[in-house]
Design a protein around this ligand. Structure first.
Ligand SMILES: Cc1cc2nc3c(=O)[nH]c(=O)nc-3n(C[C@H](O)[C@H](O)[C@H](O)COP(=O)(O)OP(=O)(O)OC[C@H]3O[C@@H](n4cnc5c(N)ncnc54)[C@H](O)[C@@H]3O)c2cc1C
Length: 455
């Protein structure tokens, strides 16, 4: 890094996205020995991305990472939050390049991957992101509600998001009431008549991507028995050999085997863990009546094939937790195959591989939807290192340092939310929480959020 040789006015950097990767990038910029002023844009009036709108509401411990992420906005740092500003709508890539020496895109993912099976369009079939947005109080889902009438529902996926969704569906009203879900969401969970939750993994227990900590929580549910077919846990000698060398898989399989031996205790709900099963068709006319699942088998080349053995689960809702997916940002290169911004170690590239000097990417927009919150720290540090290496050259491009983007936003009538505004909303939510003996009560609708940022 040669940023320490910089002279003259403070360099200005725009970070688009106030999720973990954006805020870890801010932290890395501040920790460098380069004087830098940073504006952090987010389309929402609230920061923290998926820490606020993804991490499950019953996992408040994980949300404590916010203490680290908010640290950059303390007095004395030249860091501004500009919430309620959507990149590509309220401000363009070209404008950011004119106002800043460098721009870091840290916009995460915006969409759900679908199942791609017939019947998926029927009411009752949803992507997990919709459901997660709803229970996390995301403004996009403020008008949504879900009919938790069951009695049987299916969750498709073999990762932590599928576990989160299935776990919340299995929890009692008292357990949900101990979280920060919006009042309306708590009301819906309280009147849930779901009794059976089917978690469908297309591969086997030795392939699932659950992390052991998350999986273990499933075995400790006060309100639900876990049911697994012990036959699904008989592994091939190759699989046994493979998991012997993989601590996470080994622990996961050992937990699952322990649960398969447990007699059910007659708890109000049941969580059925299915392996080697794919949904192939959703049935119903105006609403889901069930889902047809097919047993899978592993082929010699590692791919799956359907065996032609079908069963129908009489579910009234199916939630597909098969992956989040980024969408192209206006004016920013996008790789349609990887669904990421093409880059070399965080430096944005044109589709044909030509560098775009001054443009960088971090987090899920850079590497796709993998890894935990902490993974974004090193990822953002790599991006920032490369940015700092380029900064001297970038600063010689002649940006007019007297221009302030807030003037442009005001001229456009954009009601941006600054850090003090966010703190007012934050205080309002935590105060509501204190009144109800809950960690916080989220305000989901955008207009109310904006109103509380002003009070
Ligand atoms: C449901 C779910 C649960 C998870 N649970 C855990 C967990 O328990 N523990 C854990 O370690 N990890 C968990 N993760 C993973 C973790 O959340 C991610 O690793 C991390 O959030 C990725 O960070 P990011 O900053 O790249 O993206 P994000 O967190 O998605 O942040 C992107 C930010 O960009 C903003 N943005 C997007 N588009 C625009 C635009 N056009 N203009 C302006 N702003 C924009 C968004 O509003 C958002 O604030 C979970 C992920 C999901 C999906």
């Amino acid at each position: 890094m040669n940023g320490s040789a910089l002279v003259g006015a403070t360099a200005r950097v725009a970070v688009v996205g106030a999720g973990p990767s954006g805020l870890y990038a801010v932290k890395a910029l501040l920790e460098s020995d380069v004087g830098v002023g940073i504006d952090v844009f987010d389309s929402l009036p609230a920061p923290y991305g998926l820490v606020r709108y993804g991490v499950a509401p019953d996992n408040q411990k994980m949300k404590s990472v916010i203490r680290v992420l908010r640290g950059s906005f303390t007095e004395g740092n030249d860091v501004r939050f500009l919430g309620n500003v959507t990149f590509g709508e309220d401000i363009t890539a070209a404008e950011l390049r004119a106002y800043y020496d460098a721009v870091i895109y840290a916009t995460g993912t915006q969409g759900d991957r679908g199942l791609g099976i017939p019947g998926e369009e029927l009411p009752g079939s949803y992507g997990a992101k919709e459901f997660v947005n709803w229970y996390c109080g995301h403004p996009d889902a403020a008008e949504r509600d879900f009919a938790l009438h069951g009695p049987e529902v299916a969750v498709v996926g073999a990762g932590n998001v599928a576990l989160d969704v299935a776990r919340l569906l299995a929890k009692s009203t008292e357990e949900i009431a101990a979280t920060d879900v919006p009042d309306r969401v708590l009301g819906t969970f309280s009147s849930s008549t779901v009794t059976d939750i089917h978690l469908l993994s297309r591969r086997g227990p030795a392939q699932a991507k659950f992390t052991t900590v998350e999986l273990r929580e499933m075995g400790e549910l006060a309100n639900a028995d876990i049911l697994i077919d012990p036959g699904a846990l008989e592994l091939t000698p190759e699989e046994e050999e493979r998991i012997a060398a993989d601590r996470q898989q080994r622990k996961n399989v050992s937990l699952l085997r322990e649960w398969a031996q447990r007699p059910p205790e007659g708890k109000p709900r049941r969580l059925h863990l299915w392996f080697w099963r794919s949904p192939v068709r959703i049935i119903g006319e105006n609403h889901i009546d069930g889902v047809v699942i097919e047993r899978n088998a592993l082929q010699a080349d590692g791919t799956l094939r359907g065996t032609g053995e079908y069963e129908t689960l009489p579910v009234s809702m199916i939630l597909a937790a098969v992956g989040y997916q980024a969408r192209a940002l206006p004016g920013v290169p996008f790789d349609e195959h990887t669904n990421t911004v093409p880059n070399k170690n965080g430096c944005v590239l044109e589709a044909e591989g030509t560098p775009r000097p001054g443009e960088y990417v971090a987090g899920w927009a850079k590497r796709g939807p993998t890894g935990v919150i902490g993974t974004n720290k090193n990822d953002a540090a790599e991006t920032v290192d490369n940015l700092l290496d380029d900064l001297n050259d970038l600063r010689n491009k002649g940006r007019d340092s007297s221009r302030d983007v807030t003037k442009l936003l005001r001229q456009r009538g954009i009601d941006y939310v600054d850090w003090a505004g966010w703190l007012r909303l934050d205080t309002h939510e935590t105060t509501l929480g204190e009144q109800q003996n809950r960690p916080r009560v989220k305000i989901p609708d955008l207009l109310s959020m904006l109103e509380f940022t002003r009070k």
